[in-house]
Structures are given as C-alpha cells and as structure tokens.
Design a protein around this ligand. Sequence first.
Ligand code: SF4
Length: 466
Amino acid sequence: MLVKMNTHLQGAEFLKAKTPGLAEPAGSKALGESAERSAKNNQAVVDQIRDWQEWREAAHRVKRHAVANLDKLLVEFERNISARGVTVLWAKDAEEANRLVIGIAKEHNVKSVVKSKTMVSEEMELNHALADEGIRAIETDLGEYLVQLAGQRPTHIVTPAMHLSAEDCGKLFAEKLGEPFTAEHRALTDIARRHLREEYLQAGMGISGVNFALADTGAIAVVENEGNAGLSTSAPPVHVALMGIEKVIPSIDYLPVFWNLLGRAATGQKLTTYTHLIHGPTPGRKLYVIILDNGRTNLIADPHTRNALGCIRCGACLNNCPVYRRVGGWAYGWVYPGPIGAIITPMLVGLDPAGKLPFASSLCGACAEVCPVKVDIAHELVHLRHRAVNEPSPARSIWERLMWKGWAFAMAGPVRYRLTMLGVRIGVRVAKFLPWHPLQLGAWTRGRELPKVPGPAFRQLWKEKR
Ligand code: SF4
C-alpha cells in the first residue's frame, strides 16, 4: 500500500515520521535487507582496490584543505566560471535561494521546470516555493520522480524510492499517469522515460545539483546514472545549478580520486554511467550557479563537526548503519537521513529542532569505517550529544533537565553513586507492584516490562572475587 505524507519538511525530530511499511515487521526487514545488500555489493567492489585506503586518505585531505580555505576557493571558482558567461549568485539561506530561483524563472517566463537530483533543493523546499508561484517542477531522477508522484519524501539519499516495490511503482503509474498496470522493471522504466521526455521538451528551465565545483578551471561536475541530469542541464534554455558552499574543491586534478570513490561507495560501480563537466553555457543559453550557505557555516564554526562538510553524499554510511536499517529514512525527519543526517541536520536546522538526532546511533562506528572521505561520524555524534546535553535549551523538558542534573549529581562521588543505585534497586522492585506509573516512566512502561533487578552489584562481586 502506498503511504502518502506531507512533503513539507517535518521538523527533524527523530522517529516523528515513519518510513512506510516499517510498522510491519516485513517492511522493516525488506528495507534492512535492501540496505545490507547494497552495503555488501559495494564492499565487494571496494575490496578489489588495493589502494582504497590511500584514495580515502587523499580525498579526506583534499576536502579538509577545501573546507579550511572555502573563502579563497569559492571566490576563485566564482571568478573563473563567471569569466565564461555564467551568472553566480549567493544565498545566505533557503528563503533567499528560493527568491533567486523564482526571480530567474520569472525573468525568463518559465512555466515548468525539470529537476535532476539535488539535495540542496530539498533543503530549500524548492518545489513548494515554485508551486506557490504557479511554476510546475518535475523530478526527473527515476527514484525522485516516483516519490514525487506518490506525494512522499525520499527514504535514502542515493536511492530515494528504496521503500517502493515494483508493484507499488506499477500501481502508481496506473493511478497517476493512466498507464496499464505492470510490475516489470523494463516496462516501468519505459513508461517513466516516455512521460519525462515530454517534460524536457516543454520545460523553460532545468535545475541540477553540483557534485563538485572546481575552483581552478571554474567548472561544475555532475555525476549520474540515468541521463536525466544531462537532459535537464542541456535541453531547456536556462540551467540553474544549486550548490552548497562545501562543494568546491581546489582543482580538476583531484576529480579522478573523488569519481573513483563516489561510484564505488554509492552503488558499487567503478564509475557512474555519466559524468558531466560543465564549463559554461552553450551559445544562446543561460547558466546560473547559486551558492548556498543555509547553516553550513555553523558546521565550520565548530571544529568538531567541520569534517562532516567533506561528505560527498554517497549513502554508504546509511547502508551500513544498524539504526537506519531498522527505522528507515523518514524517521530522521528531514532531508538527510542516516548517520550523516544525524550530524548535518542538527547543525543546519539547530540542535533544538533536531531533537534526538545526535542520539540516533549505536556508535558502533560502521559508518566511519566505510566512509570514502573518512568523516569521523561516531566522534562527531558524541560531540553533538555533549552539546545537546550541556547547552541550555527551552526545548528540553523540565523533567529531562532534572534527570540529567540528578544523574550528574549521583555520578560525582562514590557514596552518592552507591546510595543512588540502592534507591534504584528498591524503586524498581516497588514499581513492579504498582498498577500505574507516572510521567515518563508511565510512557516507557506502556509498551515494555520493567527489567528484573540483577543479582549482586558489580562492586560486591569484585569484593568477593578478590
Ligand atoms: S558521511 Fe561518508 S559515507 Fe556517509 S554519505 Fe557522506 S561520504 Fe558517504
């Protein structure tokens, strides 16, 4: 069954929105298995590369250098690409970026837009902003097209429709496009292709993301598998490329290492099917590049989270995350799910609205092990947890604050700790006989049983053994 959801962002509170099917054990199992399969396939390809660790280290260093020198590199990029007739615009936040895109659309009398995959546009909720101005926006990446037709949001940053079966897609095309039902993969692709071709021909503007912006040559690099980015950026008379400030790298010389890492880590391909290097507009066409901050400078300002700006959005950390495999993408409540989302979202939207995201991890470290650019995800999450607990926040309930204060008090000395543990042991025994529990304890025990009080305490065992 297709589940609809409000495609406006839900706020980022962990587990607020449920990925469809995950309430059912079978749905949860299917998503977990699918992510696990991707992880294994990708690892098999990676294992064939003797220099994989050297490539990772090189990419990590390039990104670290780029993030440390963004001020210079972005200006260099702007200067070089502007020299080829590209208009570069800067946006502080999503609102400003939407205003710029709408302004360009109006200037060129655009009525419909074709979009290739861009996460930045989802941060901006661009489709809604365009719809408010009477401009149709059509997603052309197959996965994005499917979730758009279903009125849903992506569940994965690389495979947005991971939660939809071929049957779901067939029903969707029958309901929304009036096509005869089929669950055959080739036939489904043909239907999407036929409908999208019309959209490319009618669109007045194409919008794309940017995988890498090259400072030295002043070019943008876009990678993809379906050919839709190539068509979106070349068929309409106007192309708008949206990029976060972190996409810039110093030189085209570094591009091969990223291309080699990205395809393998994302989909287990040696190279994505298409790699586009766009240096400027073709004659008679217009190209705009919008460079967006939207909270990224918050990540730079905190030295412990700066590293996360190196992320190249391969999705490997999602596929390898035991939490993501159980809860799916929607549970993270915003554009970026999985371990990297648990870092980026609190930094982009703020720690308060991001609620429990830094805690949405078992800290097993599988994400950091597979990350092709060596983002130290687990340590960054621990740092964010520290901030989430220590920074004063009106969003945290009085009970939560009292609980943490009480915990800090109890842990500050051995006598206090012993007395607290004694109190907990007695409290749990008494609570087991009560028919009703107050406040948070009541919410917790509605679906669970209180744990048994374990036997002798560790200290006592230690004393006896010695
Ligand atoms: S953090 Fe690393 S593994 Fe996760 S999406 Fe980004 S680049 Fe890929």
